[in-house]
Design a binder for this molecule. Structure first.
Ligand SMILES: C[S@@+](CC[C@H](N)C(=O)[O-])C[C@H]1O[C@@H](n2cnc3c(N)ncnc32)[C@H](O)[C@@H]1O
Length: 326
């Protein structure tokens, strides 16, 4: 059991509103980190004015985006609307990426809707000057949809490039385990199997990642209140492979701040956006917490704990709505 849980903030507007007074950024405002040069702006990533304020005269070398792809399922957009929406932020990504750079996009596929918006998005990308480079699968440990279908245990990650960006293979020797035994080979008179050879320092990470745990509440990196947190290890792998130290990595959908923490750990500068002041605040607090404690999240607490314990209204609300006692 969690000691101080915080319910999903996207599902509870009242709780979100109660937390808003504790957030530093309002729409259009930017936070500039004095220690490592990160930046976070609160705003809509399809708004060029917001992005110009974020980047000033800088360009990024790597973009990692994790958009809310279920807009169609939630009927916020129809398919054409989703295409138009993605087109705006992809064009702006192009504008603020250096000529030699990489773009990674996490994008789900609705099985019951012809795997959309995956297809729509691939069509959109084929109309840009990005080149498709790889299609990575992150294998989840736990799945969904087990009753009348194959259990879904994957997350899709698309990798695109522009020009000739860096790809640091040697920086990321894989710890992706081999799962099938076989393929014997005799080396210097010794017959070795592939498990043994996979310990070599020269094996690159492949495009099926089965060594990364989905974030759940018992993990140190867990951020209570968030609903779509990506594992740090996945973001770190991307950053190591596709950027160098001191370069700018950007993320238009920051949410729990995973790209920010990974950038801090790997000495990159993270320039990022979230439309919601609460998620901007969570990300800033996550960075501050990391610098203070070395911890990447709140396994048994949450980013707003110090405010909630002194706020009678929020305490009463959590008790009446969720039976959570502070
Ligand atoms: C799927 S989550 C990203 C999760 C993130 N990768 C992480 O590890 O925490 C999507 C985020 O995008 C934000 N968002 C949605 N529409 C946006 C927009 N138009 N501009 C900027 N942020 C937006 C939401 O507030 C949400 O926090």
């Amino acid at each position: 059991m969690l000691k101080h849980p915080l319910p999903r903030l996207d599902k509870d507007d009242e709780l979100r509103n109660l937390l808003l007074p504790y957030c530093r950024l309002k729409n259009g405002e930017i936070w500039k980190d004095k220690i490592a040069g990160h930046r976070i702006i609160c705003g809509d990533c399809t708004d060029e004015k917001i992005l110009s304020k974020l980047f000033t005269d800088h360009l990024g070398k790597l973009a990692i985006h994790d958009p809310p792809y279920n807009f169609i399922a939630f009927q916020k957009f129809d398919e054409y609307g989703f295409y138009q929406w993605c087109k705006k932020w992809i064009e702006l990504t192009d504008k603020f990426l250096d000529n030699n750079s990489s773009l990674y996009v996490w994008l789900g596929a609705e099985h019951k809707n012809f795997f959309q918006p995956f297809g729509i998005f691939l069509n959109l990308m084929s109309e840009t000057r990005f080149r498709s480079k790889n299609f990575i699968t992150l294998r989840n440990q736990r799945g969904f949809g087990t009753q009348k279908n194959w259990m879904s245990v994957r997350q899709e990650l698309l990798y695109f490039t522009k020009g000739k960006p860096v790809f640091n293979v040697e920086a990321e020797y894989t710890d992706i385990p081999k799962v099938l035994k076989g393929y014997y080979k005799t080396v210097n008179g010794l017959t070795t199997d592939n498990f043994e050879r996979s310990k070599s320092k020269n094996i690159r990470a492949g495009n099926v990642w089965i060594d990364i745990q989905q974030v759940f509440y018992r993990m140190e990196e867990n951020v209570n209140g968030c609903y779509a947190q990506k594992p740090l290890k996945a973001i770190e792998r991307i950053i190591i492979a596709s950027s160098n130290e001191n370069e700018i990595v950007f993320d238009f959908f920051l949410h729990s701040g995973t790209t920010l923490i990974a950038s801090e750990k790997l000495k990159r500068k993270c320039f990022s956006v979230d439309i919601d002041p609460v998620f901007c605040e969570i990300s800033i607090r996550r960075l501050e917490h990391f610098r203070k404690t070395g911890k990447t999240g709140w396994q048994n607490s949450n980013p707003f704990y110090s405010d909630i314990i002194n706020d009678k209204k929020i305490k009463a609300y959590l008790k009446s709505e969720y039976k959570i006692e502070y």
